[in-house]
Design a binder for this molecule. Structure first.
Ligand code: SAM
Length: 268
């Protein structure tokens, strides 16, 4: 069956990478693992040997049918569905535990999948994900680095991330045009600890990273905040008026947001 590039089909052929992805999930012998985009089942097969059960979500009808035939295991359920529509909360309730997730992601919808996982954090325990190397660079980036931005802040607010390893295009068939990196994400949201509301902080993060070349203050003003209120909040949280959002740690960003929200609430 020819690979469909519009569905991001680059199948993993590197056996040692498959073993490392399985091992990176940790002990799943008593757990149901969710696999995003099982494709021809390279990772799926290894998972069925380690996990209590595997639920594999594949949007491609032909691949879903072929996978059921290739791995006719009671330990595998293949769901033919767009992962962006998958109900993680129901799956976690059925499994009786927070879910481990694994996937060599279809690169054309990497960000929507990461955001969907973030949104479903309450149903998830950890994820081991393969993405384009440049995306992984942004996901794991630290403040002050070139790649630190909205994606880093959003993902890292939902829990710590670690880069695991990188593979060249030749590890896949057909080979993609880019290198691919596997990272692990443990779901442990930081909103309560940092004293901010989830939705309003994510909205704030979008505002402060709206234009990379602008200072944090200018981005906030462009989003409609009063210059005086922004200036006061920066002074009171000890942030330079010239600072850019990409230079600040999550706790500083959260402190600034909490400060602005408190001022807003006090003015009502
Ligand atoms: N896991 C396999 C492997 O590593 O060889 C395949 C990985 S391939 C990069 C991505 C897979 O995701 C393909 O099988 C593709 O059909 C599937 N896919 C693409 N879009 C999807 C979606 N919206 N929901 C679920 N699966 C999707």
């Amino acid at each position: 069956m020819p690979a469909k590039s519009r569905l991001g089909q680059n199948f993993l052929r590197d056996q040692s990478a498959i073993a490392r992805i399985g091992a990176a999930l940790g002990d799943v012998s008593r757990q149901n693992v969710i696999e995003i985009g099982p494709g021809e089942g390279a990772i799926t097969r290894a998972l069925t040997e380690r996990a209590c059960h595997v639920t594999a979500i594949e949007v491609d009808h032909e691949l879903a049918i072929a996978l059921r035939a290739y791995l006719p295991s009671e330990k595998l359920t293949v769901i033919e569905q767009d992962v962006l529509q998958f109900n993680f909360a129901d799956a976690a309730a059925q499994a009786g535990h927070k879910l481990p997730v694994v996937g060599n992601l279809p690169y054309y919808i990497t960000s929507p999948i990461l955001l969907r996982l973030a949104k479903n954090h309450a149903s998830l325990d950890r994820a081991v994900l393969m993405v384009q190397r440049e995306v992984a660079d942004r996901v794991v980036a630290e403040p002050g680095s070139r790649d630190y931005g909205l994606l880093s802040v959003t993902v890292q607010m939902y829990g710590p991330v670690e880069r695991l390893f990188t593979l060249p295009p030749g590890a896949f068939s057909p080979p993609p045009e880019v290198h691919s990196t596997v990272f692990r994400w443990r779901f442990a949201p930081r909103f309560a600890e940092l004293g901010v509301n989830e939705m309003s902080f994510i909205q704030f993060a979008k505002q402060i990273f709206a234009q990379k070349r602008k200072t944090l203050a200018n981005n906030l003003r462009a989003a409609g905040l009063e210059a005086a209120a922004v200036q006061a909040a920066l002074a009171e949280t000890g942030i330079s008026p010239q600072a850019r959002a990409e230079s600040l740690e999550l706790d500083k960003l959260a402190a600034l947001h909490a400060h602005l929200e408190n001022k807003k609430a006090a003015a009502l």
